[in-house]
Write a protein that binds this ligand. Sequence first.
Ligand code: GLC
Length: 465
Amino acid sequence: MKGKFILTSIVTAGFITALWADTPKPPSRIFDETEAQRAERMAWWRHDRFGMFIHFGLYAVPGRHEWVQSIEKIDTETYGRKYMPRFNPDLYDARKWARTAKAAGMKYAVLTTKHHEGFCMWDTKTTDYKITNTEFGRDVVREFVDAFRAEGLKVGFYFSIMDWHHPDYTVDFPHPLFGKIEGDKKAAVAKLNANRNMDRYRKYMFEQVHELLTGYGRIDIIWYDYTPKGEFGKTWQDWNAVELLKLTRKHQPQCLVDSRLDLMESEDGWDFVTPEQCKPAAWPTVRGKEVPWETCQTFSGSWGYHRDENTWKSLPQLIELLADTVSKGGNLILNVGPTARGEFDWRAMERLEGFARWMHFNSRSIYGCTRAPEDFAAPNGTVLTYNPKQETLYLHLVNYPMGFLPLDFYGKVKYAQFLHDGSEIAVRNPVARHGQQGDLKPVGGLVLPMQKPNVSVPVIEIFLR
Ligand code: GLC
């Protein structure tokens, strides 16, 4: 009887283990932070709404996408040998970057300390593959942190958990060596990985993260990127992600962490989700619950400097993107890929200067704002944000109307004005006009000047009754 029980237990346990082994899940909770503590930790970020992403690395030299090494299937020796001696961003002036970001209304900045190529932009002790071993010789990360802090911006580190340089990092499908495989992928990958050892890579990665989180003062955000999923991919276990997160919180308890360590199953394995290059239709949810989110977007199609890429978004498109993000309760982090000389490219500058002009007048519609309460629907061609503390609405006129903007909630408007010049906008009750004949009912709304003011996207500030 006893023997049978033990046997059944072993079989059951084995079965369960087998199931778990198939789809191991991270713990549902990792820390004992309460919801209120978490909300407080994230308060500045939810208020600030607008940040700058900076993708700066060796890939600025070829200048054709930060994935160039993978796209062109270049092994790390060839890549490093060719580009490292050419990387001399002599015009790099972090203070200039910081001032530009600040003027554009961005409140935080996240810099790539290491991208997938594995090249380190700080003076690490873990490898020779680093910026301080180039002719340039300076610690880019240090100067970035100092300059952005001095301008009062929050600082964040992007850190690639993938690494195409380290000899122990196992080849997965994004890896440049994977692209070279011809024929049977399984056998080829097994052969490539025979002497690679993720234990050693993890040790290296943990040391790097430790350096970054202990050597540069307070870090407000860490942006781990990313877990390639599926066949020939990786999982949270490959990164020892739970421990990596614990290490992060140990050294930077207040730091916000993105959602790319494959810890979505944990309630607190991430702080915000990161829809990339897309404009979500509604406030993103996880397990049915609306969550903090940040969309990361480029000015054009590449993150790293890309000389010949030409899908640059226009200023009005970008402003709409920002307002639309805020109208769904999210943040926008907009990316600049500095050139190999260390400056922001003129096309990025043009847009950043445009943001500076626009935010100078209109930042009230962004900071501290979120989605409007349900009874306020945005009319066609507009984007509506809401400041819950002030109880004010901000109507972004993406398509400028002709003289009159019908508004369902006109009855709730106490006073309205243009944000850029503080000039009054009249609220009109429904009155029958000659034009409104037949079944057309008179509508109430806002009376606007016929000509669009000289602002990319004009904003109307609405005080409520
Ligand atoms: C992606 C890409 C990468 C970029 C990042 C930004 O995962 O691999 O090149 O850095 O997203 O969100």
